[in-house]
Design a protein around this ligand. Structure first.
Ligand SMILES: O=C(O)C[C@H](Nc1ncnc2c1ncn2[C@@H]1O[C@H](COP(=O)(O)O)[C@@H](O)[C@H]1O)C(=O)O
Length: 470
């Protein structure tokens, strides 16, 4: 077996959930180990650029450093780390070896390792959010908006506690997720914008940079501005932990929305419910032993990935604690954040694929609705009786539902058989009576609300839908 074979990798994210996808190179651009080092080198370059601009480093320093970092390889840095046992010193040494003697002193000048590491991470996560995560999630969002709009009028039984409750529409069911994902997308956008860098040295008091700069905070701002970042209000050897914690929380809670959707859709695929289906390829196998099966494997995969990565949030919270001006216990743990992001991207891509080919079984949605039709109107009936002056409407209707369960009569028929209740019934308007006689009309404003939600997000995210929102 060749060592470069992708199946030699340990993480299933490499060989199973991302690498085989055509966008892996793009993911690797921000989340791979090569990217980690490239972004760190980019921060070292920004420092040299500012030093040269200030006349401290030779004029040609940025060009030389840029050339040097273009030639850097991850392998050589790891080989150097094997000697130094310090990854950032290894990076600095490798850059220094590639530039002329008079430029070497300005590599990493006044910096501590985490001026580089934390700044580079904020930068790559911010870019990953803008160029990778947000577009991918918006694609998924659009596919859900399409379904919501297309299905806005399709009456479906609403379920609470797994029991038939009162009617909604299938579009409304999906609109919940359009709203929840939309709000999370905005949250990711906001939290990515708030990621910060630092250039405040080994304990955050600008000890080294204040030797050379009258206003070291201004110098920090200049270096970070080269990269499009800002500093936080305070830093120690590391940036304040909260901006990255909030950013990852936004990602993980988004992942939870995806998992909740997947779980709901999986339940709607149960044999007894069968209201939707996953597209099934003609050569696809459902079960190795039961040839008839069509399993909701995609939804199950998303929930499973979420189970693997959602708990990582606990680690992120633990990384908020660092002793005094820092300890290194957040170092190894934070190296797994790219995996969490990759898993989220994989789940989003999978759900987009499945959602855009979702099969909605109109017959079964109707059949399930009809199943309990006579009970569904218990709620409007009791409310209308109360509004018509019945002193104990809830109890009266509860008794009717028990009778309805024991007989073939509908609630309406039982009302008709009771002189007392019929008296209240006669006070109902035509429209109110219709709600009891035709439970499928008892959907509240499900369709309008669906349309409103879709329209809101279509406007915000500026995408076209096949089904027009008027
Ligand atoms: O600017 C500095 O370096 C300041 C220094 N603190 C350190 N800051 C940043 N990195 C450091 C530090 N110390 C070690 N290392 C190196 O970090 C690497 C940790 O590797 P891993 O545990 O795999 O994540 C691994 O390569 C470690 O060697 C201090 O003494 O405060």
């Amino acid at each position: 077996m060749q060592t470069r074979d992708i199946f030699a990798n340990i993480s299933p994210l490499d060989h199973r959930y991302s690498r085989r996808k055509k966008n892996f190179d793009q993911i690797g651009k921000y989340l791979s180990e090569n990217a980690t080092i490239e972004f760190q080198a980019e921060v070292e370059l920004a420092l040299v650029k500012v030093l040269a601009r200030k006349g401290m480093a030779p004029e040609q320093a940025p060009a030389e450093v840029e050339k040097a970092i273009n030639e850097l390889t991850t392998e050589e840095i790891y080989a150097e780390e094997a000697k130094t046992k310090h990854n950032i010193r290894a990076l600095v040494n490798c850059i220094q070896k590639k530039v002329s003697k008079d430029i070497r002193p300005y590599i990493h000048f006044t910096a501590t390792s985490y001026d580089i590491v934390d700044t580079a991470n904020s930068l790559r996560y911010q870019k990953a959010a803008q160029e990778l995560i947000l577009p991918k999630l918006k694609e998924l969002h659009k596919s859900w908006a399409e379904i919501a709009l297309h299905e806005k009028d399709r009456v479906q039984i609403g379920r609470t506690h797994g029991q038939h409750a009162v009617p909604v529409t299938f579009g409304f069911t999906i609109a919940e997720y359009v709203a929840r994902l939309g709000e999370r997308i905005e949250e990711i956008e906001a939290k990515a914008d708030k990621l910060v860098g630092k250039f405040s040295g080994a304990v955050g008091a600008y000890n080294a940079s204040s030797i050379f700069f009258e206003d070291p905070e201004e110098f920090e701002k200049e270096v970070l501005a080269e990269l499009g970042l800002k500093p936080g209000e305070h830093s120690t050897q590391i940036v304040q932990a909260e901006p990255i914690t909030d950013f990852i929380h936004a990602l993980v809670s988004t992942f939870s929305v995806l998992a909740a959707f997947a779980d709901d859709m999986r339940h709607l695929q149960r044999s007894e419910i069968a209201e939707i289906g996953e597209h099934f390829g003609k050569d696809q196998v459902g079960s190795s032993t039961m040839p008839h099966k069509r399993n909701p494997i995609n939804y199950e995969n998303v929930k499973s990935l979420w189970k693997a990565f959602m708990p990582q949030m606990t680690t992120v919270y633990m990384d908020q604690l660092s002793e005094h001006q820092r300890d290194l216990t957040n170092s190894a743990s934070s190296r797994f954040i790219p995996e969490l992001i990759t898993a989220l991207l994989s789940a989003a891509a999978r759900l987009t694929r499945v959602s855009s080919k979702m099969a909605v079984d109109q017959e079964n949605i109707k059949k399930n609705f009809e199943q309990n039709k006579k009970m569904i109107v218990a709620e409007p009936l009791y409310i209308l009786l109360a509004a018509a002056g019945h002193p104990d409407a809830h109890e009266a209707v509860r008794k009717l539902t028990l009778m309805a369960q024991e007989t073939d009569f509908s609630l309406r028929e039982l009302v008709e058989q009771s002189q007392e209740l019929q008296g209240y019934w006669d006070k109902f308007t035509r429209r109110q009576k219709e709600l009891i006689l035709k439970p499928e009309k008892y959907t509240g404003i499900a369709a309008e609300k669906t349309e409103k939600i879709v329209k809101n997000w279509q406007h915000k995210f500026d995408y076209d839908l096949k089904t027009e929102v008027l």
